[in-house]
Design a protein around this ligand. Structure first.
Ligand code: FE2
Length: 273
């Protein structure tokens, strides 16, 4: 199977770039599954139903979230209508929405997509993600119940993400990190066959501080005073993500490569499709 994952969409710059590039990615690479993280899509904070629907119309199969999942309050309501919009699986019981989705692809295959959050330096109050993800993987084992498993692990620190990659190695097709908004250069296939990348990077303007106009973050670092609200940077965005080809028999990764399109970062095309 061909899997594409795009990292955190930040504000209008990120949205416009993804809505422009995603149909082209679909046309060019014919992926079986496209997952995008939309948790910063609405002016940096959360996602509206309208934006979610536009991302789906542009070619996403699943939209994942993270710590900003419910910044737009009506998400608490409309998320129940959309099984393809995932919030982290390890949020407390009773939280609206779901943390995983089974997707039937156009090619007749089935993929499990899981969204979860780390706890270190981001939210220690969450449920432990390791047993939560183990339960998800046990409930829908790769090969027996689905052809591919993709985990978006939304976490702050690289150690927790790498540990999660190894924890899932041999049980998932791709474990990819989100939230730091900077693409890591450690995309690889782990010994057990799981593709891994510590962070996919954001889809946003990289002339910024993690997607936000740089003035206010600089002011807060220099003077320790909030002057105004954070707002997304508005320059040309780089669409960042990762592409994985899986083996149809095993469900494991055969190839993995980063994607970087447009904006300021060096460009990266998928070399094997
Ligand atoms: Fe985040």
């Amino acid at each position: 199977m061909r899997l594409i994952f795009l990292g955190d969409i930040v504000g209008k710059a990120g949205r416009d770039a993804v809505l422009r590039e995603l149909p082209l990615l679909r046309e060019r690479y014919s992926p079986d599954l496209v997952v995008v993280n939309g948790e910063n899509a609405a002016h940096g904070f959360g996602i509206s139903e309208d934006i979610f629907l536009k991302l789906m119309a542009a070619g996403a199969d699943v939209v994942t979230l993270g710590n900003h999942a419910f910044d737009q309050r009506d998400t608490l309501i409309y998320i129940e209508r959309h099984p393809a919009l995932l919030r982290p699986a390890n949020w407390p019981a009773g939280c609206p929405g779901r943390g995983s989705a089974l997707v039937d692809t156009a090619s007749g295959r089935r993929a499990l997509v899981i969204n979860a959050m780390g706890r270190v330096m981001i939210d220690p109050m969450l449920d432990d993600p390791f047993p939560v993800i183990a339960r998800e993987l046990d409930a829908c084992p790769l090969r027996q119940a689905c052809d591919a498993v993709l985990l978006d692990f939304h976490a702050e620190v690289s150690s927790e993400k790498m540990a999660m990659g190894h924890f899932c190695d041999g049980r998932a097709s791709l474990v990819v990190g989100t939230h730091t908004h900077t693409p890591s250069a450690d995309h690889q296939i782990l010994p057990g066959g799981t593709a891994y990348m510590t962070d996919a990077g954001m889809c946003g303007d990289y002339d910024s501080v993690i997607g936000m106009d740089k003035q206010e973050p600089l002011t807060r670092f220099l003077r320790k005073l909030p002057i105004e609200r954070f707002r997304p940077a508005e320059g040309p965005a780089t669409v960042c993500g990762v592409a994985v080809e899986t083996d149809d028999t095993s469900g494991f990764a055969l190839k993995v490569a980063p994607i970087r399109i447009g904006g300021r970062l060096s460009q990266a095309e998928v070399p094997f499709w």
